[in-house]
Ligand binder design. Structure first.
Ligand SMILES: *[C@@H]1O[C@H](CO)[C@@H](O)[C@H](O)[C@H]1NC(C)=O
Ligand SMILES: *[C@@H]1O[C@H](CO)[C@@H](O)[C@H](O)[C@H]1NC(C)=O
Length: 786
């Protein structure tokens, strides 16, 4: 491990110097003894927020409705900055507006976890929760150090990764709504300082998380259509079973204190101006308790780009009356007072928003005197980048790496015996690339090349391409290096010039001359080569899958500050890979067959539309959702299988009435879940126990995935039908070599057997349902019939 100790020698002394710098007090209100009711901790937060609002003029109130919110010195209220980022670690935001600063205090870096899609690939909610916890703690440490003017973080991004070209798919937990919802809930709980499960506490936020972008936002800039102008046409059914469930879970199960409404319109209405979405659905149906921010400049575009509002004041009225509270941008600050004078908004509209904003700052403890002496006061700068946090970043990278191909034991590489190694690819030599987007300065910075140099002294690096675009290449140089080395590892894939915010991909293949380079290197090499893919969105690597000279393929995504080390550990067998793909990898043709603007999830055979994600797409794939190999083989089987008639006895006496509907020319009978009621749903739950065994010689962490599938019947597979399969449970299990364990899942038919009907209603179809586990597809059938 010579290489690794070199790395730490470079980094450590720097941290020590920085921690010796003086810290200042964080901003807060209600420091000196005060008779203002808004400072009285014994009063309910709503009352305190209303009291503070009542002391302000209309002009002052409006001035507080932008992300850069000035102070009110006469009341001892400091300025506040609503905009901070923490997608996979506390991150940078635009310097003049960011709530968090890394440039003037004791904290100069924060733990950088893998980009979310990689973390998701662990299928491990406990890991996701712990990452959220670390982020919340580091955020509070930075605030207490006097380096922040805000504690509201605009993460997680929980839009479903609907189309493989989406530039921001990398930021999300993938294409499955249930998994995305689970990620949202546990991440938010961690960040906000809540327990991993159980009731959420509305006061005492450690930091505030924000579910974004509400809703049906997953297009940046494709074929001339921008996210600002895009009108997403979404059916009630797709909204109910794909686009909205992550947000519902983020709010109901996570207790999120923030929501961001998106740029796009949904069925003609800008989301930030949609009362039905913000007030009726989120605040009403889901009991959302928190603040709603616009995406940045999303209020301005309602007038400027979308033309939805005739005058700027109409846009202000639309959003405040819909239920939005703070505008990222200054449009409401600029046009709010005139909207008031024109009678387009009332003072009550302003107060409603303002009180939601004050309530969050109060829940964060910023109106209780110096936060250094309060609940989270003992969290200081020394908590940021501490060893446990960095270890967790390494664990997340290890567990997220997905082994896609491993012919004839190409991997792991023999650690002690390698005489020479060629490392090829521009991606290998750049530690920052490992971060993806939305990152801050990481605690350590190690490129994959540096990490590999720690294992093999004779390592030769050839970039081979100028960048991911690869329109300038040195194929001959790369092939020569490959022919001279004993082993060859290629680092190919994408970067932020190919996929990012504001930029979707056009094609699904590796860009430019990358394929030619990989093939030439594989041809020239002495042994089958290893291909490591650094990218967020999936790439079509069919050429590599079928090439026997490419012995192994690994997807490492953008694995964060410890990603280079984790990749090396996987390559040399110090870690047994267990990650699973959280998205479908489609063939290149998918990009020509499907318009990114088409929001329909379900396939439509009549027009050849293939549908989206593993739930609805039945065409050819490069790799499936949930796919991933390991250095171990695992088996799964249900410990006992209930008789198909078990449901009938549970349903006995419930007097359920099925209703008939027709789809694609067939009649379906189903039960309305809401009508069944909570008590019945409780009674229907049952446990399913799976025996999992590691048949390999290495210990491993293994995700166990439980699916529901339905029989293929006429009417149900069509354009309005149910998914082919649906993930209903997953758990990461640690298994020593040869060890077997029992894993128990709770199956709730109301949740897991149900589907969204055309009108969005949750129903359970009469008839067969199959519960399926693992790659070996052990399953049992239950018949739902009252
Ligand atoms: C909620 O948080 C408050 C403030 O920290 C604390 O006093 C209270 O005991 C907590 N309640 C629960 C149920 O955990
Ligand atoms: C390579 O692609 C980049 C990005 O599209 C472009 O700016 C550059 O001019 C191209 N270089 C060559 C040599 O084609």
């Amino acid at each position: 491990m010579a290489g690794r100790s070199i790395i730490f020698h470079v980094v450590l002394p720097l941290c020590l110097v920085l921690q010796a710098t003086m810290a200042t007090d964080p901003p807060f209100s209600c420091g000196s003894p005060s008779s203002y009711p808004f400072c009285d901790r014994k009063l309910p937060i709503g009352q305190r927020a209303a009291d503070l609002a009542s002391r302000l003029t209309v002009e002052e109130k409006v001035s507080l409705l932008g992300d850069v919110s000035p102070g009110v010195p006469r009341l001892g209220v400091p300025a506040y900055k609503w905009w901070s980022e923490a997608l996979h670690g506390v991150a940078n935001a635009p310097a003049d507006r960011a709530g968090v600063r890394f440039d003037d205090g004791p904290v100069r870096a924060a733990t950088s976890f893998p980009q979310v899609l990689v973390t998701a690939a662990s299928f491990n909610p406990h890991l996701w929760y712990r990452i959220g916890q670390v982020i919340g703690r580091e955020a509070r440490g930075i605030y207490n150090s006097g380096q922040a003017e805000g504690l509201t973080f605009w993460a997680p991004n929980i839009n479903v990764f609907r189309d493989p070209r989406w530039g921001r798919g990398q930021e999300t937990p993938g294409e499955d709504p249930t998994m995305t919802g689970k990620y949202a809930a546990v991440f938010v709980r961690g960040v906000q300082g809540y327990g991993a499960s159980g009731a959420v506490n509305s006061s005492g936020l450690e930091a505030s998380a924000c579910c974004k972008h509400f809703t049906a936002y997953d297009l940046e800039n494709w074929n001339g259509v921008t996210r600002f102008a895009f009108n997403a046409k979404v059916s009630e059914q797709d909204l109910a079973d794909t686009y909205n469930p992550p947000f519902r879970s983020c709010v109901e199960d996570g207790g999120a204190s923030g929501i961001m409404c998106s740029y796009n319109r949904v069925n003609g209405v800008p989301t930030c101006a949609d009362h039905n979405l913000l007030s009726k659905t989120a605040r009403g149906d889901w009991r959302f308790n928190g603040y709603i921010t616009s995406d940045c400049d999303a209020v301005a575009i309602i007038h400027d780009v979308q033309g939805y509002a005739k005058e700027p004041e109409d846009a202000v009225a639309d959003v405040l009356k819909a239920g939005m509270d703070v505008n990222c941008g200054d449009y409401v600050q600029k046009h709010g007072v005139s909207a008031f004078h024109q009678g387009k908004i009332t003072e009550q509209d302003i107060d409603r928003a303002l009180q939601n904003l004050f309530a969050i700052r109060m829940r964060l403890g910023l109106f209780d005197g110096n936060p250094k002496y309060n609940r989270y006061g003992n969290i200081g700068a020394d908590q940021v980048c501490k060893k446990e946090h960095q270890d967790l970043a390494l664990e997340a990278a290890q567990d997220g790496i997905v082994l896609l191909k491993n012919d004839a034991g190409t991997l792991p590489l023999p650690k002690q015996k390698i005489s020479s190694l060629a490392v090829i690819g521009h991606n290998a030599n750049d530690a920052q690339r490992l971060q993806g987007n939305y990152f801050g300065p990481p605690c350590i910075s190690v490129s994959p090349l540096q990490a590999l140099q720690g294992y093999v002294r004779e390592t030769k690096f050839v970039a081979g391409c100028n960048a991911a675009v690869c329109n300038v290449s040195d194929i001959a140089g790369a092939a020569k290096a490959a022919s001279e080395a004993e082993y060859v590892v290629l680092f190919m894939g994408l970067d932020q010039d190919q996929e990012r915010e504001d930029l979707d991909r056009i094609e699904l293949g590796l860009p430019g001359m990358q394929e030619s380079l990989v093939n030439a290197v594989a041809d020239a090499a002495k042994k089958p080569v290893v291909l490591v893919l650094l990218c967020g969105g999936p790439v079509d690597v069919t050429f590599a899958k079928g090439n026997p000279k490419i012995g192994a393929i690994i997807w490492a995504g953008y694995p964060g500050q410890a990603g280079g080390i984790a990749i090396a550990q996987v390559l040399f067998g110090e870690h047994n890979p267990g990650g699973r793909l959280p998205v479908t990898w489609y063939p290149k043709e998918y990009a020509t067959a499907v318009a990114m603007t088409d929001m329909r999830m379900r396939a439509d055979a009549s027009t050849g539309y293939p549908g989206r994600t593993y739930r609805f797409y039945k065409g050819k794939t490069v790799y499936n959702f949930g796919y991933g190999l390991s250095y171990s083989k695992y088996s799964h089987s249900f410990v006992s299988k209930p008789p198909a008639s078990m449901m009938a006895s549970k349903l006995d006496g419930l007097k359920l009435k099925a209703m008939e509907s027709s789809a694609s020319g067939a009649t379906i009978s189903s039960y309305d879940v809401e009508e069944m009621g909570e008590e019945a749903c409780e009674r229907l739950k049952f446990p399913a126990t799976v025996r999992v065994q590691n048949h390999g010689a290495m210990d491993g962490k293994h995700p166990v995935l439980l699916f529901l599938r339905w029989p293929e019947t006429k009417g149900n597979g069509g354009s309005s039908g149910r998914p082919a399969r649906q993930l209903i449970g997953f758990r990461s299990v640690k298994l020593r070599a040869a060890e077997a364990k029992h894993v128990e899942f709770e199956v709730s038919p109301c949740k897991h057997f149900s589907r969204a009907a055309v009108d969005g209603k949750k129903v359970i179809d009469k008839g067969s349902h199959f519960v399926v586990v693992g790659d070996d597809h052990d399953e049992f059938e239950l018949s739902f019939m009252a």
